[in-house]
Design a protein around this ligand. Sequence first.
Ligand SMILES: Nc1ncnc2c1ncn2[C@@H]1O[C@H](COP(=O)(O)OP(=O)(O)OP(=O)(O)O)[C@@H](O)[C@H]1O
Length: 376
Amino acid sequence: MSLPERYAFIAEWYDQNAAIIRSYQLLFYASDNTVEMYDIKNRRIFLKRSKIDNVRFEDLYIGGTINVHSRQLNLVEYADEFTKKQLSSKKEKTLAMIKPDAVSKFGAIIDMIYGGGFLIANAKMIQITRKDAEEFYQEHVQRPFFDKLVRFMASGSIVVMELMGNSAVTEWRKLLGPTDSSKARSEAPSSVRAKFGTDQTMNACHGSDATETGQRETNFFFGPEKKWKNTAKLSGSTCCVIKPSAILEGKAGKIMMAIVEAGFEVSALQMFHLEKANAEEFFEVYKGVVNEYSEMVQELCSGPCFALEITGKGERTAEDFREFVGPADPEIARNLRPKTLRAIFGRDKIKNAVHCTDLPEDCPLEVAYFFQILAD
Ligand SMILES: Nc1ncnc2c1ncn2[C@@H]1O[C@H](COP(=O)(O)OP(=O)(O)OP(=O)(O)O)[C@@H](O)[C@H]1O
């Protein structure tokens, strides 16, 4: 199907130096994936029509963020009727939740989500209370399984995700399969619940059941009203960041699976859309030390990244994980340490799949940077 020519959005950028929000009209030409921008206030062209590597048609939706020349732009509105008409029904939002029984399989589930063509716009691992679960599942309060359900939902960590895509609500429910995991195994054997569900209550994942529910439920977990406690331990752990290019290449779920298969535990997880200033601050120790510092910063803020807190090997966690990640240059890794993460998933020195904390003494700082300072 050939896509219509031009989509228009209002994009906002928070200019930290001037401490003001600047607004732009952003045009995306689908025929050649080029972007053009106008500064609305000054009525001037801001960016001549050009190709921006990491901006794809899939990333353009209201509430989404894109990175144009190290500026993180928030897409806040459609800028014309054509774009609104074309995209509002297509770019649907839904809540996906990995329930406590399947949290250990989060990598495989995230891999199925990317494989299913969804975009993950937001994600975090949290622990909810029984009261939160009662509020979330209030429509089921009269059902006989209510007590069992809310007890189960508060029994361990969960991962909540905002999925975007064409008919995301229906498509995600299709991928989930029937509510009862046994029925899923007989009727939809390749579904998420068939593969990872246990029974009728412990059925691996949740999905919103209608467009309005998708809006309400994503707002419940990602809106401004509630604060959620992440699951980071903040000690005895190390930090891993799955870089934007690896996510773009669809490798995030596979990287997570490999980490767990190697015997590590992921005790916290969150998706971040880093501003350039944050990426610079996070990589500060490499400034003036590593030649590729600017490119590393550029890569880290070029799109969403996943921050993971890694535990599971006691006092050896930091060193063992560093070993498992392998040399910074994937080419060298492929020659010397072919089983390491970077050898398998890295592309080049900058797009080397993951960052991990180098020195054990920096682990608490790096973990805290994501899970205390940046986390909401
Ligand atoms: N008959 C039942 N016995 C036990 N638990 C049930 C039963 N029916 C539903 N549940 C639990 O309550 C949840 C919500 O039920 P609902 O009918 O909304 O199912 P669903 O829409 O397939 O699942 P979800 O809303 O979690 O995506 C189910 O996912 C399951 O965990």
